[in-house]
Design a protein around this ligand. Sequence first.
Ligand code: NDP
Length: 401
Amino acid sequence: MSKILIIGAGGVGTVVAHKVAQNPAVFESVMLASRTKSKCDAIAGAIGAKYGRTFQTARVDADQVPELVRLFRDFRPELVVNVALPYQDLAIMDACLEAGVNYLDTANYEPKDEARFEYKWQWAYREKFEKAGLTAILGCGFDPGVTSIFTAYAAKHHFGNMEYLDIVDCNAGDHGKAFATNFNPEINIREVTQKGKYWENGKWVITEPHEIHRALTYPGIGPKESYVIYHEELESLVKHFPSLRRARFWMTFGQEYLTHLRVIQNIGMARIDPVLYQGMEIVPIQFLKAVLPDPGGLGENYTGETSIGCRIKGTDKAGKALSYYIYNNCRHQDAYRETGTQGVSYTTGVPATIGAQMFMEHRWRKPGVFNVEEFDPDPFMEQLNRQGLPWKEVFNPDLEV
Ligand code: NDP
């Protein structure tokens, strides 16, 4: 019987649970575990009511390897889908090695005391997974995840030489709050306040935060101010597609969001080091998370849509110049109606589930640690169209970048 263990019961975990429930032939037996068991029970209750399926639930502190190993040995899953936080990646990978379980996540490991996005810590596990005969699939959300698979698909089917890659991520949604983040606030704020970084002519170019920006036009949405920020998939994509002369990542931000962000930083609330408060150590950004809206609860009044894709330039298989744009648009209200969450959780949870399906169906299964672009993109692309994230291709448009 195919068994899967989902760790993390936030917005993304909720979507994975729904999608797994919708595919009973692939995922026969399911457990949902997280730090707060009541959240797992609430999701399992909703799944039972909607799909008539029973999921087991458990409490686990995923920072504690022995706790994880005990849980893995009790439940004996084939695959663990890690949709907790990036801080837990290495502990969960260690537990997988100890208990003989395969691994999938959506975000690369980050040390708690340093906002640094690098694959080096997880790539260092390659040999251990290889020796154990286990598969680890890294970064299987939307970005990283689908954006990397879009790139692999473009390389496989359209490009002879891929030279310029611009990943463009637009959220043209409105949740009606003055300030909220679309996924875990601590991770989100750490990501968007760091310096910009992109790849050009064989080296990394560093910029001040949000230094490079311009309006880009998104399909069905129109022009939106977009900012070059560093995003983790750039690191693996320039490694796996060495023909890339330049690779950048653009994200849209509204003025209101940027103003709040600046204030949060200026008053010290984005600090990730502990401060002494009434004799107790607290980390300001973690306290901030406790008072900000829960990203998982933004869905009900969220209007508008996301549009995320890749704009690529180079030459086609016959050596002729080619510009290419591949993207998905996802409406927040559609995501809410299906899963009770907003579009950003949806666009992350659906690919994580498809990645798990690829593993279960033996399409993406080989010993070692891999980024998603190292697997065959075709069966994954087919499932995106079936599981709620259809994509479109445009040949030779004005890429604007
Ligand atoms: P949430 O904060 O909503 O949920 C995180 C969940 O993990 C919570 O249920 C939390 O438990 C649980 N958790 C945290 N620490 C532990 C721990 N030590 N042990 C067990 N469980 C723990 O985050 P999201 O659902 O928004 O995001 C989940 C992941 O998805 C993150 O890693 C994020 O970076 C990633 N992501 C990836 C994207 C992509 O496109 N690739 C896009 C968006 C997100 P508790 O409820 O007790 O706090």
